[in-house]
Ligand binder design. Sequence first.
Ligand code: NDP
Length: 245
Amino acid sequence: MTLDGKVALVTGGSRGIGAATAIRLAEDGADVALTYQNNAELAAGVVDRIKALGRRALAIQADSADAAAVVSAVDTAVAEFGRLDVLVNNGGVGFVGPLDQTSLEDIDRVLAVNVRGVYVATQAAARHLGDGGRVITIGSCVSDRVPGPGMSLYAVSKTALLGLTKGLARELGPRGITVNIVHPGPTDTDMNPADGPYAADQRSLTVFDRYGSPSEVAATVSFLARPESKYVTAATVSVDGGHAA
Ligand code: NDP
């Protein structure tokens, strides 16, 4: 097992890409804590699946917009499992809306979850990460190509994470910690179902004319988490089916 003895925290691990990632990291040998916002039952189901793999698991309710809750989630994971090696900043909200119908509340909410929450989680995790530590953030293919109108706020939030990734790769690198960002393309989840109203256009922009699956994104997160990926940092890794081509 490549992640034997490691402890990971995945934000937004109750569904979609986060759930697939939490399970994949456990399959690779890690103990996994995950956060969720509302879906306690789904989070408990992911915990059960991880425990069935023989790994330790813990679900923690923490709204990424609530900085105190985010810090507490990190500290709880460390208290429970004794260490932290991998932070996966996955939890996020989608947003589609035209410029003139986007409110200040919309802006604040999207940035609070998708940007500030990631910053605070990384700040808290960095206090515990040691040599070999990993910060892996789930950005989006919209940082490479915005597929249609109404996506500027979401694109702002995801593209901010590129700056965070590069800046923190410089800052945390001397401690042996890598910081990378994964850009999923259209991925079949509740946020962006493959049979949803925007699906046909997104699918047609991929090379393969299909959506990706959460497990395909999780496989790349797993690769970045491994010890042998220690020279990969400040990288953007697209798992987007060629969406940006
Ligand atoms: P889903 O909507 O399927 O799942 C979202 C997950 O994040 C859930 O576990 C949810 O918890 C959690 N979450 C949502 N809001 C918060 C919050 N405020 N605080 C804590 N947890 C929260 O999304 P995806 O799996 O599709 O997306 C995961 C990440 O991937 C996001 O960052 C998204 O932007 C990104 N992404 C997705 C793409 C796609 O096509 N699906 C493409 C590119 C990027 P709960 O179950 O409790 O609500």
